[in-house]
Design a protein around this ligand. Structure first.
Ligand code: MN
Length: 135
């Protein structure tokens, strides 16, 4: 057992993976004995991931704010604090804030055996992203 009391280091997500401002704080990182990864992710208004998919799928637990999740072929759907989203292995999707609201979620996934956690697709363009409030 290990207890860590020092704050985790928060970094800004790379523009290779997101549009806008997105802060990532690691909660659990895959290591030698586990492929589990948990991140606390905060999206500032307008911030969102690019389209991507996870070989092992993903669970999102929205902990604060109001945001959007979309899977390929479906509409962008509003998510709020307390909602949980289960994304199937290989399912293309994106997640992020609303245009005028921030959103924070825990993102939980299991990496593939080769360590792959996600495959990146194209950015979510302004044409696909709502221009006005989604409340
Ligand atoms: Mn995802």
């Amino acid at each position: 057992m290990q207890i860590t009391r020092t704050p985790a280091t928060t970094t800004t997500a790379s523009s290779e993976w997101v549009t806008g401002t997105v802060y990532v704080t690691p909660v659990a990182a895959a290591g030698d004995t586990s492929r589990l990864r948990i991140d606390d992710v905060r999206f500032e208004p307008g911030g969102r991931t690019h389209w991507h998919r996870h070989p092992g799928g993903q669970v999102l637990h929205i902990t604060e704010g109001t945001g959007l999740v979309q899977r390929r072929g479906g509409p962008a759907e509003v998510v709020r604090a307390g909602d949980r989203v289960v994304i199937a292995p290989g399912e293309w999707h994106w997640h992020g804030a609303g245009p005028t609201t921030s959103m924070t979620h825990l993102a939980v996934l299991t990496a593939a055996e080769d360590g792959t956690e996600a495959e990146r697709g194209e950015p979510v363009t302004d044409a696909c992203y709502p221009a006005g409030p989604v409340l």
